[in-house]
Design a protein around this ligand. Sequence first.
Ligand code: AMP
Ligand code: ZN
Ligand code: ZN
Length: 401
Amino acid sequence: MKKLLILLLPILIFSGCFTKQEPEKPYVIMLSMDGFRWDYTDKVPTPNFDKIAKMGVKAKSLRPSFPTKTFPNHYSIATGLVPDHHGIVLNSFYDPETKRKYEIFDRTAVEDGSFYDGEPIWVTADNQGVVSGSFFWVGSEADIAGKHPTYWKRYDHKFDYGQRIDTVIAWLQKPEAVRPHLILWYYDEPDHSGHKFGPDSPELERTIVMMDSLLGVFLTKLESLPNAGQFNVIVTSDHGMGNISNDRKIALYDHVKKEWIEEIEGYNPNYNIMANKGYEDSIYMALQSVVGISVWKTGELPDRLIYGSNPRTLDLVVLADSSYSVVLYPDKKVGNGAHGFDNDNKDMHAIFYAFGPAFKVDYISPAFNNIDIYPLICEILNLNPAPVDGTLENVLPLLNK
Ligand code: AMP
Ligand code: ZN
Ligand code: ZN
């Protein structure tokens, strides 16, 4: 009998006979709406955003990382690291060590894991036994540390917005053993409308109404699931949008000679420049006094930007001041909206809403940084986080603990 008990003991303990019932495994479902500025919901009625704010928490704003571009920031949200540390230093960059270029429209580069440093949340999840899904999150199409999310899709700009919702809902209906408990998904609006028509345009307002309705469709479908009460849902964005105009535009080649520059990466309003040998000071001196832009040698940027130590930031960083544009040639036309500016510029700030069992109800949080989201998700999913730049303490007050 004693022998039998010894044999059975581990099984009995494992099956929970001697332990308390395991709590439900938590979920995090995070949606990013590209370029959704912190104050867009004040422009038009947004009943679904208002609803989730009441159901959970809303940050006064979410401070993006510098530079306030799409790829650097989505990957900062995924890793908890600033772009200088995770390596996606711009939407397009040159790596002087490997002499290779990264560009967001170059599928080979986007899907090449060797460009991506840091540990994205889906890798942390997979390492600790959590199934994940990504519908177009930056980085998820690359093999990073030998891994993709469990379910992932190759980026397709035209993929129907409604079908994205249906896919996420279908993932949540998979059998428990293969059901993702971490889902990241993405819409490319209202960024596009903000660039084309400007953040104060009626077209942008119409897009915000559309994004709010999509959120409403998603919420209705989510609420119809039997375990709806278990989902922690985050709705966020990568950056905001600032007004620009062709009247406030600086053309770099009006000030610097082409032969001074070996590589120039980026587009309005920021660039990383590699100087031809001996011309770093020439470029710096030529741009220093130009009204409407700042120029720094990498290593001399203000500390708060946390940028310039990564070799991919090259020799010099050029950044337009708020509402200014910087282009290469004077005949280049700019649109009506841009982002990429200083992350202290309030127009660059993004949104953060969240609700579910992990979150407080009807709570307005002070602004925090987007690098704090990775530690927040780890906390909710009970994952041991990789080392990050973000701070869990900044976001603990959001939680229901
Ligand atoms: P930007 O506004 O220049 O920072 O870039 C935004 C654009 O990035 C969007 O319009 C998307 O089309 C594009 N984008 C977002 N995610 C991906 C992805 N995973 N692969 C390729 N392009 C993407
Ligand atoms: Zn973006
Ligand atoms: Zn954009």
